[in-house]
Design a protein around this ligand. Structure first.
Ligand code: ZN
Length: 187
């Protein structure tokens, strides 16, 4: 049986993919003027900024940002997939707040760490983590991200990717969840 809201969502995503790609195509000439030699890259970022107006790439490290924008340029032009940023860099205060909320929700710091890490351990605070959407975009990144040093690192978070140049193109072993294997006290 098909859930009634599944089909429209898929249809909407499909239409959005086509629309964003068309928009990127239309923006190519302007992008060629603005950034000679990087028209496809630039047009892709413009089109995705329209598709995902709330996204904010500020605060990602320069290398992380370059890897992410290059990856989604390839995703769009080669396979027609869109990759949007739900959450990138977070300042320590925001991360602390998220962690505190999760501690309250789950009842303990240990349980909270399965979903949210405290600021001193979070790669979002370091500017090297990206939560992406939609699911199809995340799947693309999971398959092709290694060429950009971008990897999914947790079994329980399909959306969370990290920039790990030290991995040398080989996906590191995936952890079941954030905080796995860590016994550090989460102050
Ligand atoms: Zn994340």
């Amino acid at each position: 049986m098909t859930s009634p809201d599944v089909v429209p969502d898929r249809l909407r995503d499909h239409v959005m993919r086509i629309a964003a790609r068309l928009l990127a195509l239309c923006l190519l000439p302007a992008a060629a003027v603005r950034a000679p030699g990087r028209a496809r890259h630039t047009a892709c970022q413009w089109a995705l900024a329209v598709r995902f107006p709330a996204e904010n790439l500020a605060g990602l490290t320069e290398a992380t940002r370059a890897a992410f924008t290059s990856a989604r340029t390839e995703a769009l032009w080669r396979h027609g997939e869109l990759i949007g940023l739900t959450s990138g860099h977070r300042d320590a205060a925001t991360q602390h707040q998220l962690f505190a909320v999760e501690v309250r929700r789950t009842g303990s710091p240990e349980a909270a760490r399965r979903r949210v890490l405290p600021p001193n351990e979070s790669s979002h605070v370091r500017g090297t983590a990206m939560d992406v959407r939609p699911v199809q975009g995340a799947r693309w990144l999971e398959r092709h991200g290694n060429r950009f040093d971008l990897y999914r690192v947790y079994d329980n978070e399909w959306w969370h990717f990290e920039f790990l140049p030290e991995a040398g193109g080989l996906a590191p072993a995936r952890l079941p969840h954030p905080g796995f294997g860590s016994v550090r006290r989460s102050a």
